[in-house]
Design a protein around this ligand. Structure first.
Ligand SMILES: Cc1cc2nc3c(=O)[nH]c(=O)nc-3n(C[C@H](O)[C@H](O)[C@H](O)COP(=O)(O)OP(=O)(O)OC[C@H]3O[C@@H](n4cnc5c(N)ncnc54)[C@H](O)[C@@H]3O)c2cc1C
Length: 369
């Protein structure tokens, strides 16, 4: 099948889908190629945090970019709901990072202080709160005696990552994008100022291609002049049976979903592409969650899984247009859920215009060489 398209987005995870949705809203009709169930798909295994307060340590531009996303997430979510009928379950509740010892309290305080100093204008507005303030914030929660306090980020929130992906797929199709599941891009070749994207069912010729396939970028990127290393980091998560609303704010170790289940996580493990779960990690995560909320000790865990983060060397996003082959773009990041709003808006607009402007320039991969 010989085919042409205004634009081809390779990857239908949350990053590629948010960009494709944003392009489609701007009148482009991209073809979105997505691999099947065998692919690594971080978008379907994550914790669903829309999280600002620990982002950008060492790279303030990432803090501002994330704040921009947090600021427009509600509008983005409302728009998706209006257009597709699918709710992302987004709630901007504020978020916590618990401190269970003096040492943890000091380390968190130092991190927050350092991040505020690095950014000329503080995008986080995160602060350290003590146990008394924590109890005021969550009057119904029964905190364990070891909880000394937490860092608190007022712009943090949560969504359902699966509903987000579902809404993006529905939204991009509604705006005329052509989503093709089980259609991996096999190779991409620059040919006479255009690109030929080879698939099992034919070649698509396009003047613009966006590589947003997570770990799947690496086999394709060199032919487009990119050299972005993506590192796999395993994260394990547990989910419990449904329990009555606990009146707790989300934290990066435990949160309650809209359905009532508790999500407990996550690990940070460098084990290559191994997505096994381990009893040792499950036990450690549950023990810490129980130290924060002793009342959950009897709650049953119903499932556990592991996924792979898509990390760059400094854990910040990379967005680039190829210098050798203009018209080819690459987008990869950790925190694709958090950044979905800014990807669908600012990044999609920049790719549409064919110019990644000053807000996006700091994310060029040359900083990692
Ligand atoms: C345990 C864990 C917890 C996390 N928690 C959070 C969180 O709370 N908040 C947050 O913001 N982020 C979180 N993340 C990170 C987030 O999940 C990722 O940043 C995001 O999913 C990356 O999306 P992606 O689209 O780049 O990659 P993926 O989701 O991996 O999608 C890549 C897509 O590309 C497709 N693909 C691959 N190769 C090809 C090819 N050749 N042709 C066509 N398609 C191809 C795949 O099928 C896949 O659908 C977490 C990640 C993990 C692992």
């Amino acid at each position: 099948m010989q085919n042409t398209a205004e634009c081809v987005v390779i990857g239908g995870g949350v990053v590629g889908s948010a960009i494709a949705y944003g392009l489609a809203k701007r009148g482009v009709k991209p073809v979105v190629l997505d691999e099947g169930d065998n692919a690594i798909r971080s978008s379907r295994v994550n914790f669903g945090l829309v999280w600002l307060h620990s982002k950008g340590d060492g790279m303030p531009a990432y803090g501002f970019w994330t704040r921009r996303s947090a600021d427009i997430w509600q509008q983005f979510s409302d728009e998706l709901k209006d257009e597709t009928g699918v709710s992302t379950h987004y709630v901007k509740s504020g978020g916590l990072n618990y401190c269970l010892s003096e040492a943890e309290f000091e380390t968190r305080s130092e991190t927050i202080r350092r991040m505020r100093e690095q950014a000329e204008k503080d995008p986080y507005e995160a602060r350290i709160i003590d146990r008394a303030e924590l109890m005021q914030l969550m009057p119904r929660a029964q905190l364990g005696y070891e909880v000394l306090g937490a860092s608190y980020g007022p712009h943090d929130g949560t969504c359902s990552p699966l509903f987000l992906l579902h809404a993006l797929h529905a939204g991009l199709k509604k705006h005329g994008a052509d989503y093709r599941p089980n259609s991996p891009a096999l190779t991409v070749k620059p040919v006479a100022g255009r690109f030929e994207v080879h698939t099992a069912s034919g070649v698509i010729s396009t003047p613009k291609v966006v590589l947003a396939a997570g770990h799947g970028n690496m086999p394709l990127e060199k032919s487009l002049g990119f050299d972005v290393e993506i590192i796999a980091e395993r994260g394990q998560i547990l989910v419990s049976e449904r329990v009555a609303p606990m009146g707790i704010l989300p934290a990066n170790g435990v949160r309650q979903t809209a359905e009532g289940t508790l999500l407990i996580g996550t690990t940070n493990e460098e084990v290559g592409y191994d997505v096994s779960t381990t009893p040792k990690a499950s036990a450690a995560m549950v023990q810490r969650a129980v130290r924060v909320f002793p009342a959950i000790a009897g709650v049953r865990i119903v499932r556990t899984w592991a996924g792979l983060r898509t990390l760059t060397k400094d854990e910040c996003p990379v967005y680039e247009e190829s210098e050798r082959y203009p018209g080819a773009f690459i987008a990869t990041c950790h925190s694709g859920v958090t950044l979905a709003a800014v990807h669908a808006n600012d990044l999609a607009a920049a790719i549409h215009q064919g110019k990644l402007g000053p807000d996006i320039e700091p994310f060029h991969g040359r900083r990692l060489i």
